[in-house]
Structure formats: C-alpha cells, structure tokens
Ligand binder design. Structure first.
Ligand SMILES: Nc1ncnc2c1ncn2[C@@H]1O[C@H](COP(=O)(O)OP(=O)(O)O)[C@@H](O)[C@H]1O
Ligand SMILES: [Mg+2]
Length: 278
C-alpha cells in the first residue's frame, strides 16, 4: 500500500470518476461523453461501438481508416490490383507487396517503448493507413482503469492517449484555440506535446496554415512540441513524402537534430505504387 493510500484511503468510485472527468474535460475540450467512457473503461472489456467511435474521433483518427486488422489479404492469381484492394479493405486487411512490407511489419510490431518512427514514401502508398491502424489498436485495446494514488487519478492500464493530426490541422486548431478557446483549457499544441503518442501525418508540408498563424508560428510550435516530447521521451509517429535527411533544409538544424535522435536516424521507406490509383 502506498503512503498516500494509507492516509486518505481508496476514493469512492463516484468522486474519483467526477475528479477524473473534471480533469478529462479540461484536457479534452469538446469531449462528449467522458464519464460514460470512463465508467465503461473501469471494466476491463472491449469498448462498445459508440464509445469506441467517440474515442477514435476525439483522437483524430480518420474515420475512413477505421476497422483494419493487422492481417494480410492474399492476392488471387490474375486478380486486378483494384479488385484486390477492394477485397482487402472490405475485410479490414492489407495488400502487402515487397515495397510496403517493411513499413507494414515495422508499424505492426512497433511498441511505444521503441521510440519514434519516421515513415516516408510517395503519396498513396498507405502511410496514413498504417499509422491510423496502429492508433486504433492502441486506443481500443481492452483496458482497465487502476487508481493511481501517486498521480491522484485514474490511470488507463494498457490504453494510451493518442493524438492523430497533421501540421496544417494542428496549426488551424491552435489558431482557433487562441481565438475562441476556453480560458485555461489545454491548447492543441499542448495536447500534442503531452499525449502518450503523437501521430504527425504529412510532415514538412509547407503551406500557409491559416490567416493569423504564420509559418514562423508553426516553426516555433513544432520546435516546442518536439522539445517537450524529446525531453519526456514520448514517441511520435511521423509520415512524410520527404526523407528524414530533408528535414534539416525544410525546418532547420535544431528540429532535424532532435528528430534524428528520436527516430534513431532510421527512415522507414514505402515504395509501392499509389493505392488510390489501383
Ligand atoms: N496496404 C494496403 N492495402 C490496401 N489498400 C491500401 C493499403 N494501403 C493504403 N491503402 C488504401 O490506399 C489509399 C491511400 O492510402 P493512404 O494511407 O492515405 O496513403 P498515404 O498516406 O501514403 O498517402 C487509401 O484509400 C487506403 O485505404
Ligand atoms: Mg497520408
């Protein structure tokens, strides 16, 4: 028994849930049914569908990419690529070729303790689908809630908080938070800095993110969030059309150097054809 437990005893479930809910509300602006999700999570069961959807939606995982499993769909002899892809996606499986096997197996077997991952490859090769599938897996594993008296709240055993976004959306959300966000609520950049896993899709796309939020703001925020995650050893899954070596020229030495260390200098490449054209 921990010392704080001896002093204060186990909290009652309701007050603990209310506390956890209050924290969650602060941490997750716009969150809909936190209390019911927490109550469900208290039982170590697979999330029922509506709550599972709310969790995935809140995490930002694109709905189109939900429902994949880590199994492969064998190609029938003579089968067209397009037919193969349709059959694979309809059954929640992946088409695997020589060019995407490395990334598929890497992401499938990856665990957060291994650190960050940088995946690069041309458009349409399935990078987002892989990271979305991993996010879904991490967000929806059967979890139980354990009372953590050191932390003063419930800790999700087995489950993690995931934020799936891309730089443009993050910039837009940040700008909107600055303008309309509730005072004291956590900003998108803060959330991206602190969540257990950040998926940063389509990295180094240089676009003017939004009026009132300049490229310098995006650069500052990126440096801040990578610094935070680097310091706290929190992983980030990055997908990009450009190799890791291109980060330095695009985003400067400080960002590139940190990312390089976080990803162990490894750039997982995907080289198959564009699945969108299949
Ligand atoms: N391994 C795969 N097997 C079947 N379909 C795939 C596979 N990878 C991607 N797709 C499909 O191809 C399209 C593009 O994938 P996406 O992950 O968005 O590519 P990227 O992020 O590399 O541009 C999506 O509709 C996705 O469902
Ligand atoms: Mg993509």
């Amino acid at each position: 028994m921990r010392s704080s437990e001896a002093e204060y005893g186990e909290p009652t479930t309701d007050s603990a849930l209310a506390l956890a809910e209050a924290r969650r509300r602060r941490a997750l602006p716009g969150y809909v049914s936190g209390a019911s999700i927490l109550r469900k999570l208290a039982e170590p069961v697979v999330l029922p569908q509506p709550d599972r959807n709310a969790v995935l939606r809140y995490a930002g995982v694109p709905e189109k990419m939900w429902g994949m499993s880590w199994s492969e769909c064998e190609r029938e002899p003579g089968e067209f690529y397009g037919t193969w892809k349709k059959r694979a996606l309809a059954s929640g499986r992946f088409c695997i070729l020589e060019g995407n096997r490395w990334a598929f197996e890497w992401i499938r077997d990856w665990s957060a303790a291994e650190g960050s991952v940088y995946i690069c490859g041309p458009v349409g090769t399935g990078k987002s689908l892989l990271t979305a599938t991993k996010s879904e897996e991490l967000l929806t594993v059967p979890v139980s809630l354990a009372w953590d008296s050191d932390d003063g709240g419930y800790r999700r055993d087995g489950g993690v908080s995931v934020y799936y976004t891309d730089e443009t959306s993050l910039a837009r959300a940040q700008r909107s938070h600055k303008r309309h966000g509730e005072k004291g609520s956590i900003s998108p950049i803060q959330r991206a800095s602190e969540c257990a896993l950040l998926v940063l899709d389509d990295f180094i796309r240089r676009e003017n993110p939004a009026k009132g939020y300049k490229q310098e703001d995006a650069d500052d925020d990126l440096e801040y969030l990578l610094n935070c995650r680097y310091g706290a050893s929190l992983p980030v899954l990055i997908t990009s059309n450009s190799p890791l070596d291109a980060v330095e020229q695009a985003r400067g030495h400080r960002v590139a150097s940190r990312l390089y260390e976080m990803c162990g200098g490894l750039c997982i490449t995907v080289t198959c054809d564009d699945w969108r054209r299949a």
